[in-house]
Write a protein that binds this ligand. Structure first.
Ligand code: GCW
Length: 663
């Protein structure tokens, strides 16, 4: 018995809806029979159909059918895309490559699982983004940085683990179109530095090959100072010829063993990690050095832009962490070689529940870019609290940067539409671990599922993605679909209401990042302040403050700079605002804080009541896990409400108009 679930790939009996007649006989035409991806796809189809429709399909090759399902190679279809069409009893799935075939096959299974008829199906899909990537922050001792679902299933006791679960993981992520994965933490320390040495290479190769069978490229996070730690020259200076020679040899060794490795992800000069700055070199010097060496092997260097001063003085009102990514990377726009991708966090700070979009995204006009979001709920409730993140990711993607005349949204930038480049994409720090259900809270499975679907097709709505997940992972029952959909769709707004108001962020328990601590980071070195006093709160990031707002193109720069035009959900991110300031709702700032915090808790209570009615309609174990998490969420929400309200009541001395209990 596996001690893990199948996530949304649950192949139990389904309402047949006439689908059985299409899958009794399946023919594959034009694809290489020996291909592992093809074999994996066929196995999956076979298992899925047998489990869901109680039909054991007959599978043949290169025979044109008149009824049933034909899987055909068609060079006209876009890379990794697929077409599916039903005509007179014949379903044709066409793709030009094996990834496309695999994704199309999963689309068929998804339809069957959702009890949607294949009759009349006509879809044409191609991926919105070239790279669709999961980043794991797994450590080799088995712990996971910011992991909330148990331990790593990639590493245990400083060993690489490749087993049945690794395969199920591949199936899950391939089913939503993920084509690249980084398995180890970006903070590369201790044994992780040795992943590129003999000690681990056999295992890494085994994993790379397993991934390849599902169309997934494996990447590793790299220690920029590996040369020093692995007995090479005592330097990591990217312009030092000894260092360059060392890397040339190292990368040759790695690719001799693992020719299908995707490349490396690098966190340099960030939060104590070494990097080119130590040697007076630029980020481009560092990234290009590695990129040039890896290029002959077809490898990619993904270089993170999370570079900021984490030794700030809270008394200093001029230094602004929000400015850092832009300030550190914008001057070298155009200097990065074409197999370098800059990976940029969605916001200028760090994965808060509400932040503006990083001005570096699209700010760069000549550089490959990858958007990084966090599906792991570091600041959004640790997968104890429900927080469906796809609506937030949709907002990010649709943001208009004004970096070009047209095709200037974030979605355009990361798809390669803006610049006509191909090394671009969408990455997420993922939320999985070895918990039975993969994600701690089963409802967090919607984020694990949803990111992949969204990265593959940016045009899908958050509702559609949620509904797909609910139907496959929980139930097709209408009441379950409706109620869970409502819970998921409202969850981020609710979380935002009971935590930090109007884009100010933080106020979390330091280091842990769960639960309130209004002043937790206020007098710290991390550059994360709310600047509240007895009259008001918020950070002045206008031209009179830190100047951060000026990093955007017009008209965004002016919009944010002006308190009247600044979107209110970001008001405190950009402005220091009096508690008595009247918002568009007619409420004062302080009253808004009180109201949203009371509402947030009430909304959690409503969600819990709604979930409770589904007891007999969802799997018993899932019901119990989610219920238990909801109970903890309620305690958390109350704590946030009471601490935040009390704090600002004591600072401002202004009473709640409605006279509710504040301590
Ligand atoms: O938000 C911070 C996290 C760190 C993380 C870092 C990063 C992996 O608290 O745990 O380190 O971001 O993104 O590099």
């Amino acid at each position: 018995m596996k001690n893990w679930t199948q996530g949304w790939l649950v192949y139990g009996p389904k309402k047949v809806s006439g689908n059985d007649k299409f899958v009794e006989k399946i023919s594959v035409l034009g694809f290489d029979k020996e291909s592992i991806i093809l074999q994996n796809a066929i196995n999956e189809l076979d298992n899925g159909i047998t489990g869901m429709l109680s039909v054991k399909p007959e599978i043949v090759f290169d025979e044109q059918l008149t009824k049933g399902l034909c899987i055909t190679k068609n060079k006209e279809i876009a890379a990794e895309g697929y077409d599916i069409e039903e005509k007179e009893g014949l379903v044709t799935l066409s793709a030009s490559d094996e990834n496309g075939l695999l994704y199309g096959m999963f689309e068929l299974l998804r339809r069957i699982s959702m009890e949607k008829p294949l009759t009349g199906i006509k879809v044409s899909e191609k991926p919105s983004n070239p790279f669709r990537m999961y980043n794991h922050w797994d450590n080799m001792d088995g712990s996971i940085e910011r992991g909330y679902s148990g331990k790593s299933f990639f590493f245990e006791n400083e060993e690489v683990v490749v087993n049945e679960r690794t395969k199920d993981y591949c199936r899950l992520i391939a089913s939503v179109g993920i084509n690249a994965v980084v398995i180890n933490n970006v903070n590369v320390v201790g044994p992780a530095t040795h992943l590129i040495t003999e000690r681990y290479m056999d295992k890494v190769k085994k994993m790379t090959d397993l991934f390849a069978g599902y169309g997934i490229k494996l990447f590793l996070s790299l220690n920029f100072a590996a040369a020093i730690e692995l007995g090479g020259p005592n330097s990591a200076d990217p312009l030092d010829s000894e260092v360059i020679n060392w890397w040339e040899q190292k990368i040759a060794e790695v690719y001799a063993k693992i020719p299908n490795l995707g490349g490396f992800l690098v966190k340099a000069d960030s939060e104590g990690r070494p990097g080119p700055f130590t040697y007076g070199r630029t980020q481009a010097d560092g990234a290009n050095m590695l990129a040039d060496i890896i290029k002959p092997y077809g490898g990619i260097i993904i270089w993170r832009c999370f570079v900021y001063n984490c030794q700030q003085d809270w008394r200093d009102y001029k230094t602004d962490r929000a400015r850092a990514a832009y300030d550190n990377f914008i001057q070298m726009d155009g200097d990065y070689h074409d197999n370098v991708i800059l990976q940029i966090k969605n916001g200028p700070m760090d994965f808060q529940v509400r932040e503006p979009i990083s001005p570096l995204l699209g700010g760069l006009k000549k550089t490959n870019q990858m958007l990084e979001v966090q599906v792991a709920q570091e600041y959004t409730g640790h997968q104890i609290d429900v927080c469906y993140l796809i609506p937030m990711f949709k907002e990010i993607l649709s943001f208009k940067t004004y970096c070009a005349e047209e095709n200037d949204t974030i979605a355009d930038v990361i798809s390669g539409r803006t610049l006509g480049n191909k090394n671009t994409g969408f990455a997420a720090v993922v939320n999985t671990g070895n918990d039975k259900n993969w994600t701690g809270n089963d409802l967090a499975g919607a984020n694990f599922y949803g990111f992949g679907r969204l990265a593959y097709n940016t045009n899908l709505t958050a509702e559609k993605i949620a509904e797909e997940w609910i139907r496959q992972a929980l139930s097709n029952d209408v009441e379950v679909v409706e109620k869970v959909l409502k819970i998921l769709m409202e969850s981020r707004t609710t979380y935002e209401k009971y935590t930090t108001p109007l884009g100010i962020g933080w106020m979390v328990t330091p280091h842990v990042h769960y639960g309130p601590s209004v002043d937790g980071y206020e007098y710290s070195r991390w550059g994360t302040y709310h600047r509240a006093d007895h009259l008001g709160m918020g950070v002045d990031r206008t031209d009179k403050g830190t100047g951060y707002a000026q990093q955007y193109y017009e008209p965004n720069a002016s919009m944010y700079n002006n308190m009247e035009t600044c979107p209110e959900e970001l008001l405190l991110f950009f402005h220091h605002v009096p508690y008595t300031y009247t918002l568009k709702s007619g409420k004062t700032l302080i009253q808004h804080i009180y109201d949203t915090h009371f509402e947030g808790v009430e909304e959690v209570e409503t969600m819990i009541a709604s979930w409770a009615t589904l007891k007999d309609k969802v799997d018993e174990e899932i019901f119990a896990v989610v219920t238990e998490r909801f109970n903890r969420q309620l305690l958390n929400a109350r704590e946030w409400r009471d601490q935040v309200n009390t704090y600002f009541y004591r600072k401002s001395g202004i009473a709640d108009e409605k006279g509710r209990k504040i301590y």
